[in-house]
Design a protein around this ligand. Sequence first.
Ligand code: KIV
Ligand code: ZN
Length: 509
Amino acid sequence: MRTIKIFDTTLRDGEQSPGASMNIGEKLQLARQLARLGVDVIEAGFAIASPGDFEAIKTICSEVEGPVMCSLARAREEDIKRAYEAVMEAPKRRIHTFHSTSDIHLKHQFRVSREEALRRSVEMVKLARSLVDDVEFSPMDATRSDAGYLCEVLEAVIDAGAGTVNIPDTVGYSIPNEFGALIKTITEKVKNINKAVISVHCHNDLGLAVANSLSAVINGAGQIECTINGIGERAGNCSMEEVVMALRTRRDIFNADTNINTEEIMRSSRLVTKITGISVQPNKAIVGANAFAHESGIHQDGLLKEKSTYEIIRPETIGLHKTKLVLGKHSGRHAFKTRLKEIGYELTDEEINIAFERFKKLADQKKDIFDEDLETLISEEVAKVEEVYSLIDLNITSGINQKPTAMIKIKAGDNIIEKTEHGDGPVDATYKAIVSATDAKCSLLKFEVKSITGGTDALGEVMVTLEEGGRSVRGHGADTDIIVASAKAYINALNKLAKGMRDKKPFCC
Ligand code: KIV
Ligand code: ZN
């Protein structure tokens, strides 16, 4: 049985999804979860892309233990050096450098010859190897490259010291038998291929990223690059949960497995949704809300008699347990801390004190506190931004024959500002009151609300995207009152705008 390495790029390629940029606190939280999930490599970012990316990689490298930590770098000296500075604190570190090899890219984008691309790739792999022992090279747009030239580049970069050669289907163009055949060609034609691990990096433009990655495994790939929930550039990347569960469920075919602790899959998926605001479609394999919901009477009948009749994966395997009641109003600090530890959160005493206070407030409003509520509470705390504005009070009147009215009190510096506004509904009135209190000049691009657990006393979670002068930011808020959650989300986004945070701008190759 072979062990296929899982290289997670949620923090790098995943973050390239439109609107998915994360702040350092969010990235650190996600990296900790990826370590619990058991991924082999975390691509923590693209160090030279921005100071924020650099800081996030550095922080993750010094605070998260377990996986190999990696930064992306173009095949340029300044990129490689910056990537090294970012990962140098990590006990296990990798530099991942790349250069296009397809004629389309070389001619139209890079405007260099094949010879020059090969020379740069080799030079930069050598430079990276002079800094770290573990170097990965990607020939970008490999699937539209001339196979002979591709093999020549791979052989040269392995000679130069690359321990992993990653074959990207950058534009998601390939189909499974073709991609499998390309991997087979590489195993046959690249003379020194036994000195490197073959990795694959598939995009999902034709919905084939998982199928292509699996076909590559059958043909000799030893590492899969993927993201949680399949997020990523355009149609996304190979989805971690799907590829991992396909390997696990059909070990009989692949004769391969991964080091993934599958019981952490569901929690990882929920965290990515929470942090990025990108929801998972209900019918998505493995982590979609309907993935284990059996609607048909015939299926339900079969399941009641014997689970294997219609269930190929036990929900528990991916960490989908029946939601458990964990804590309530009378639970003490010790029970709170213990439960947090059990679900994977190790907080400092100071963080516990703040979180416990919020938990007590929540327990006053909501009788039963579930694991999902705790996760929301903690992730709000971890991802908190410095507050320029804070919500002091909110009073709403609305009803069938009443004009919805919101009275809001907001603290801005030492001032308390109070405003009352009417609107088309209570959220509209609240947002008008916030805008009038803060003089905000932004527009609302997106508003989403969902409940975290079942029941009428569930925590409601609101995600908004605001735009101001070409900058867009996401804000989150959770509360048992969805109007209050809506106000918190709007104010969270305003705080991000005030602090100059923004969703990522494209970074050029
Ligand atoms: O899709 C791609 O080609 C990439 C490379 C940088 C590996 O993300
Ligand atoms: Zn990619």
